[in-house]
Design a protein around this ligand. Structure first.
Ligand code: GRF
Length: 193
């Protein structure tokens, strides 16, 4: 399966996906890493490892035109499924419709809890005993699509947002490749429409 990854920054989940893709039994390859932030550190990381990259800033471009450029880059790379990994831009309903059922995202909470931003601060403030991460299908509803996989970590007494984020992130790096592989193995190969 040919997978494209969209990032906006650090790209540690993208890196985990690329590294897992180099294991012998892995059912996918990362054929493109695209970013809305040309300076995203993850882009340089991918390029250094021989992964094709695409960067385009949305500044001053209508959203439809911007997404058409991303869509074209993905299709030119023969991408069949898209993994969002810290992509901080909302995809339009139109884009989601074109790629329906073929886009997944990783979110740092135990969905359906804490959709949106500041998930760890909200979990700590609520006094939750556990936090975690979810991989889900992307639909028009933010962080609202079917959950494909989750991992939990404890919230410890005195936890800071940073300490909790680090604990969750370590789980994200294991959960995302595992869930992507399992999801793809359940699907028939689909060529880009
Ligand atoms: C991760 O915590 C991910 O769950 C969230 O954004 C963060 C991205 O980190 N969607 P990275 O760019 O993958 O390092």
């Amino acid at each position: 399966h040919r997978v494209g990854v969209l990032i906006s920054g650090r790209g540690s989940n993208m890196a985990a996906l690329v590294e897992a893709s180099r294991e012998p039994q892995c059912p996918y390859q990362i054929v493109l890493v695209a970013s809305d932030k040309p300076e995203a550190p993850g882009l340089a990381w991918a390029a250094e490892r021989g992964v094709a990259t695409f960067a385009k800033s949305p500044k001053g471009i209508p959203k439809a035109e911007y997404e058409a450029a991303i869509d074209a880059a993905l299709r030119e790379a023969g991408v069949e499924a898209i993994a969002l990994a810290g992509y901080m831009r909302l995809l339009s309903d139109d884009f989601v419709g074109k790629w329906r059922g073929r886009v997944i995202n990783i979110h740092p909470s135990l969905l359906p809890k804490y959709k949106g931003l500041d998930t760890h601060a909200r979990a700590i403030a609520a006094g939750d005993a556990v936090a975690g991460c979810s991989v889900h299908l992307v639909t028009e509803e933010l962080d609202g699509g079917e959950v494909l996989g989750q991992a939990q970590v404890p919230i410890l007494p005195g936890d800071t947002v940073d300490a909790l984020a680090e604990r969750v992130l370590a789980e994200e790096h294991k959960l995302y490749p595992r869930t992507l592989s399992a999801w793809l193995n359940r699907r028939k190969p689909v060529s880009a429409a």
